[in-house]
Design a protein around this ligand. Structure first.
Ligand SMILES: Nc1ncnc2c1ncn2[C@@H]1O[C@H](COP(=O)(O)OP(=O)(O)OP(=O)(O)O)[C@@H](O)[C@H]1O
Ligand SMILES: O=c1ccn([C@@H]2O[C@H](COP(=O)(O)O)[C@@H](O)[C@H]2O)c(=O)[nH]1
Ligand SMILES: [Mg+2]
Length: 208
């Protein structure tokens, strides 16, 4: 793991990431199964799972000065400003001894993507992309029952629109660089994971 010194801190007080890390972005529409499959990848391949949405929800709970703004953005299905999300991701990476990260649900738009690359200098190893119909994703989200403020039909529709308009272009960008690994995520959970396992075969299995 790299060391972090005061000299390597940026203007916001967050240290630059000066350790060598492997990052896989996990993208897909709302409810496509990103979190579910990330838990399986953590279990089998020893990655650390960083869900940008979970980090933002934890920020709301922590009573941070950005909490109300983040809460309002999530209720509207909007994308939180890049600097807020990137700061949380940077901190999580630096605070974790692991060197392999799944970044779930980020980057959500082109601005997120460019800002993350500029600030962290990290290029993803590849992008795991879960493909699923809106009909199936809507069914899953309405049955999730985790008490999320954004799992209601009104916000779900807004999230689908933001995904199509802002997040799909990010997938297209990485596709043009040959970095996208597409998965048919409409299948049952274990079948989806069988496909995921094939893609992660380059990483050694976690010792049990
Ligand atoms: N392949 C699958 N088949 C059926 N149900 C699934 C499948 N994968 C996940 N689910 C269920 O669908 C719901 C959404 O899954 P999950 O939370 O993993 O999605 P997500 O992509 O992380 O969503 P979000 O973008 O909203 O965070 C959960 O209740 C989960 O148990
Ligand atoms: O990079 C991100 C990630 C998430 N958001 C906001 O959070 C919600 C929920 O995200 P999930 O990935 O579904 O947990 C999302 O709709 C955005 O409002 C964000 O702004 N930036
Ligand atoms: Mg999720």
């Amino acid at each position: 793991m790299g060391t972090v010194t005061d000299a390597s801190k940026d203007a916001t007080g967050i240290a630059f990431i000066d350790k060598k890390v492997t990052v896989v972005f996990v993208l897909g529409g709302p409810g496509s199964g990103k979190g579910t499959q990330c838990a399986n990848i953590v279990e089998h391949f020893g990655f650390t799972h960083l869900s940008a949405g979970d980090l933002l929800r934890a920020e709301i709970k922590s009573g941070s000065e950005n909490g109300t703004m983040i809460q309002n953005m999530i209720k509207e299905g909007k994308i939180v400003p890049s600097e807020v999300t990137i700061k949380l991701l940077q901190k999580a990476i630096l605070d974790t001894a692991n060197d392999k990260f799944l970044i779930d649900g980020f980057p959500r738009n082109e601005e997120n993507r460019a800002a993350f690359e500029n600030v962290t200098k990290i290029e993803p190893e590849f992008v795991l992309f879960f493909e699923c119909s809106e009909e199936e994703m809507e069914r899953r989200l309405l049955n999730r029952n985790q008490g999320r403020d954004d799992d209601n039909i009104e916000t779900i529709r807004k999230r689908f629109k933001v995904f199509m308009e802002s997040s799909v272009p990010v997938v297209e960008y990485y596709n043009s660089k040959g970095k996208v690994r597409k998965i048919d995520a409409a299948r049952p959970i274990d079948e989806v994971f069988d496909a995921v396992k094939g893609i992660f075969s380059q990483f050694s299995k976690k010792a049990t």
